[in-house]
Design a protein around this ligand. Structure first.
Ligand code: ADP
Ligand code: ADP
Length: 237
């Protein structure tokens, strides 16, 4: 079923930089979608517009749950259910894996709440999320002591702790070696499958997209050039 729709949505940056031509796309519940394209194609712009980190300059984003993102309230509601994973994971390096997962969760609590000690249930949830990504034994390790792949998995645990209905991951494996990239993509795909979390990630490698995606949306020069299941695309070697 439809989870999020972009309708005639386009983005033009200041100085008239056209980053995304107005386009209409439905994202479906539990689907693992890869936005595929070269650098500058518009992947990050499309991805970030899905939770209004980039503000569309045309058209709209419509959440099945909250309606059109046309007020601060609906944007806030939608963001509270939409977790982000970044290329450079944006963890606090001097903090432990557990602290990072908890802090991500705190961002969605109010200020007063953040002054109180962590309730046991938050700690248990954070530990459970670290377990999901295979890092239960690193909970108390500072993230600057972890490998790049492990840091990205902490970023995924932090996203999971938000108990999202949607995960947006912007080039989540761009800084990782191939073996680690495959592990991280497999993990994101498994979480999507097991929890039914609608997942949209941007990538520039066709092989990974074909291997992990349910759906590939290809972007070039600020527009969608294909939208298909991976088996409908012929690999070119
Ligand atoms: P991709 O993620 O595929 O590399 P982007 O969405 O980052 O593509 O960029 C699409 C186009 O928009 C590029 O031409 C890029 O230079 C431009 N762009 C991206 N962000 C900004 C910005 N904040 N201001 C102006 N132009 C931008
Ligand atoms: P992953 O596949 O999760 O990225 P790696 O295979 O890269 O893990 O790392 C294997 C082990 O080496 C891990 O237990 C990790 O603690 C350690 N390690 C890797 N890189 C670093 C690093 N830069 N600093 C500290 N430890 C590291």
């Amino acid at each position: 079923s439809m989870m999020l729709r972009i309708e005639d949505m386009g983005v033009t940056y200041p100085r008239n930089v056209l980053a995304l031509r107005p386009t209409t796309v439905d994202f479906h519940r539990g689907e693992f979608t890869v936005l595929l394209g070269l650098s500058g194609a518009g992947k990050s712009t499309l991805l970030r517009s899905l939770n209004h980190l980039v503000l569309p300059t045309a058209g709209s984003v419509i959440s099945a749950e909250f309606g059109p993102l046309n007020s601060r309230r609906t944007v806030r509601q939608h963001r509270s259910r939409t977790a982000m994973v970044f290329q450079h994971h944006q963890l606090i390096e001097r903090h432990t894996a557990l602290q990072n997962v908890l802090t991500g969760r705190l961002a969605y609590h109010n200020t007063l709440r953040s002054l109180l000690p962590f309730p046991r249930q938050d700690l248990e949830l954070a530990l459970h999320c670290l377990e999901r990504v295979g890092l239960a034994d690193k909970a108390l390790t500072r993230v600057d002591q972890l490998s790049g792949g492990q840091q990205q998995r902490v970023g995924i645990a932090r996203a999971l702790a938000q108990q999202p209905s949607m995960i947006l991951a912007d080039e989540p494996v761009a800084s990782l070696d191939p073996a680690t990239s495959e592990k991280v993509l497999g993990l994101l795909r498994d979480i999507c499958r097991e929890d039914g979390i609608t997942t949209v990630i941007s990538l520039h490698q066709l092989e990974y997209a074909q291997r992990f995606a349910d759906r590939i949306i290809g972007l070039a020069n600020a527009q969608i050039v294909f939208d298909a299941a991976p088996e409908e695309l012929q690999p070119h070697h």
